[in-house]
Design a binder for this molecule. Structure first.
Ligand SMILES: Nc1ncnc2c1ncn2[C@@H]1O[C@H](COP(=O)(O)OP(=O)(O)OP(=O)(O)O)[C@@H](O)[C@H]1O
Ligand SMILES: [Mg+2]
Length: 400
């Protein structure tokens, strides 16, 4: 009996001799990228997993038999401010740590059909033929480049036709130079808010709020996908949608996710405050208060940043400017329900010498960094008599 035959007909409870149980190894470099994305984009583990799965397939060339197309065509679907663009950006950063390899096309700029020429260039003798096309081959043809078409529903039929061509043929001819740009090494990501209005209505109806349970958000996520997918079908022809390898739904953010985003925003803010020797701590009650005011599943994390600016940054800057808080202080923000001076949040401080000297050092370092290029420029600056010669050079360059 051949091994192949044994393999084809195993009984349920006997494993043919010599066969090993396959378990997942740790060798896949994409695992690290997945971890990194998870640590940056909160509450979207399923979406991230789908991205990585699609990329893994592409890596082995499992591209449904057609290699004349981008490595992978992805569509990110979901409400506003939930991490779609951020995920694409972060993926590009991870794949190209030294920079480059990322091209973002904002499709809302192409609401008029003829503007698509900005992407592929204008044919000779047309207006704008000298302008460099936005579809830059130097970026797109880099290995594993990420090309992001953001908010595609805001584009025009011409733009969607171009995208169809990219998804299907993996190349586009630039009209100004007749050069072909190959998309075969790129990860194509499109994002859309189609169905956002229906998503908002659904969230309102379901009364998804600040303390909705995880299960609630989970069920909502599936529904959001359905709403988005149906909207996509209304917006785009089936043959267009069929060219997409994976439609990935980004879910509305839960309050627990918002809380993590808040913590990260505060860390980033503290980095800036430290230039003035300030470290801000926020009490649980005041954090809860800011989150409640800044929470809106319809707009995701976007309103939270505005809330932080208004509730923390602005009053802190005012206190610093007026001498109400001296530089070099630990600051505690507490919630008082509006009892003290009619404000909902109050700021307490305590002088801290270590923070003060840290702030001073940071400011000095910034000043040095600003001075340095000026100093270099000074040494190279032409003597006054060289002025006209410089002017001439610039003049000549302009005429070339
Ligand atoms: N899931 C998340 N985890 C961490 N930060 C997030 C998340 N979602 C949004 N943010 C924060 O909100 C900002 C806006 O998110 P992003 O630009 O990714 O939104 P988007 O989903 O692309 O929305 P839109 O559809 O409006 O373009 C990000 O820069 C990030 O700071
Ligand atoms: Mg976006």
């Amino acid at each position: 009996m051949s091994t192949a035959h044994q393999f084809a007909t195993p009984s349920n409870d006997t494993i043919p001799e010599g066969m090993q149980l396959a378990t997942r190894g740790t060798a896949n470099p994409l695992d690290e990228i997945e971890q990194d994305l998870r640590s940056a984009i909160f509450g979207q583990n399923r979406a991230i997993e789908s991205v990585i799965r699609a990329m893994n397939r592409a890596r082995f060339g499992f591209a449904a038999g057609n290699r004349n197309r981008p490595l992978v065509n992805l569509m990110f679907l979901g409400p506003t401010g939930v991490g779609k663009s951020e995920c694409a950006k972060r993926l590009a950063q991870r794949l190209h740590p030294a920079g480059g390899g990322f091209l973002k096309i904002d499709c809302s700029l192409f609401s008029q059909g003829h503007e698509v020429s900005a992407l592929v260039g204008a044919p000779p003798s047309y207006v704008g033929r000298d302008q460099k096309p936005l579809l830059d081959p130097d970026i797109i043809e880099m290995e594993n480049s990420v090309v992001l078409f953001d908010e595609i529903e805001k584009g025009t039929a011409e733009l969607w036709n171009l995208l169809l061509q990219i998804m299907e043929d993996g190349e586009v001819t630039l009209l100004n130079s007749a050069r072909t740009v190959s998309f075969r090494n790129c990860i194509l990501i499109m994002t859309t808010n189609v169905g956002a209005k229906e998503m908002v209505d659904y969230l309102d109806k379901r009364n998804i709020g600040f303390k909705s349970t995880r299960q609630d958000m989970e069920a909502t996520g599936q529904q959001i996908y359905q709403i988005g997918f149906e909207a996509l079908q209304r917006h785009f022809r089936p043959e267009w949608i069929n060219r997409i390898d994976e439609i990935i739904a980004f879910r509305p953010l839960s309050s627990a996710t918002m809380s993590r985003i808040f913590d990260r925003m505060l860390d980033e803010a503290n980095e800036q405050y430290l230039n003035y020797g300030i470290k801000v701590l926020i009490s649980e009650a005041s954090k809860d208060h800011i989150l409640r005011k800044g929470y809106n599943p319809t707009f995701g994390a976007r309103p939270l940043r505005a809330r932080m600016l208004k509730d923390i940054d602005a009053p802190l800057a005012d206190l610093l400017a007026s001498g109400g808080i001296p530089q070099g202080s630990k600051v505690l923000v507490v919630y008082n329900g509006g009892d003290v001076y009619g404000e909902e949040l109050s700021f307490y401080y305590e002088r801290d010498n270590d923070l003060e000297s840290l702030g001073r050092k940071r400011r000095e370092a910034v000043q040095q960094a600003v001075k340095r290029p000026v100093a270099q420029q000074d040494t190279k600056a032409p003597a006054p008599s060289q002025g006209p010669a410089m002017a001439k050079t610039i003049d000549n360059a302009g005429r070339r």
